[in-house]
Each structure stands twice: as structure tokens, then as C-alpha cells.
Design a protein. Sequence first.
Length: 202
Amino acid sequence: MLERFGRAFGAQNRRHFCAKRSKMKMRIMMQQIPLSNWSLKFVNALNFIAKILFAATLFASLVAAVFSIFGGKIGGIKLQVEWRLVAPAILSLSAHFFGLILICSRLVSILTYLNKGDPFIPDNAYKLREIAIILALLEGFRYFTKGITALILNIFGQIETGTVNISLAPNLVAWGAVIILFLLSQAFKEGARLRQFEQLTI
């Protein structure tokens, strides 16, 4: 009799605990949805702007290439630019805007799952790691373009308006963000594992 009563009491406690936890999850989800909706709109807008700027840099590089073919002048229009600085700058901007597009696409996916109340999934951990890799590649590409600029200036000489100094000092903020994103990806991966384990034990 006592054993049967104990089982019934334990089952009732488990049901009460599960119901209470479900209510807490629902309350947290309702608090997160407005913020994640605004974040999703912001990232979509940022992605749209990055695409426009990426197209603009490609168009600028095309215009500069055409003018350089004709000696910097087409008809009555003359383009006066310092190609030794503009060419690496356009290359760097194109790469960074393209990288921003890739990052935004992954953030949209993460925020979409957050809107559904299901952020701790393996796919989000992989996407955070991809964002970290993209940031690391962009930072490495920044050093590459600076090296190309220094090489061009050494071969063709400094610009007429003055001397340009190229610094290859590391960006501690960028590398710190890369490390934090890698740690976050591991946290999301562990959270997804614990969530799957929890679902199996309920």
C-alpha cells in the first residue's frame, strides 16, 4: 500500500515539475521573441545594405579598370585617383562586404531558431564556428591587402602627396571576437547535447 502510494506521489511530482518547467520555458520564450524579432529585422537590413555596398565596390572597381585602360581619361571625363591605394582598398572592401553577407546569412538562421524557442541545436553551434572562421579569414585578408599595398609602394614608389606608412599590427578586438565565437560555439554544442539528453530522460 505504501509502495503504491509512493509511486503515485512520485508520478504526480514529476508531472507537476514538468508542467512548471513548461510554463517557465513559455514565459522565457515570450520574453525572447520581441528581442529576437528586432534582431532578425536588423540583421536582414544589414545583409541588404552589405549586398548593395558589395555591388557598389564591384562597380567602382570596374569603372577604375576601364579608366585605367584609357589612361585615366574617357572623352571629357578624367578620373584622378591614386591607384596604388585605391586598388587594394577596393579589394579589401569587397572582401569585407562579402564576408559580412556570409555572416548575416548565418545570423539570420540562428535568430530564426531563436524565434522558435529552440536555439540550442547542433546547427547553430556549427554556424557560430563558421562566423568565427569567416572573421579570422577577413582579419588575415586585411594583413594580405596591407602587404600588397606595401609591395606596390615599394615597386612603384610612394604617392606624390606624401609617404604612406603601412602597419601590420594585430587587431586584438577582432581576434578576441574570434576566440569568443569559438567558445560560444562550444557552449551551444554542449547545450544541444544536454538538451537531447534531457529529452531522452523525460
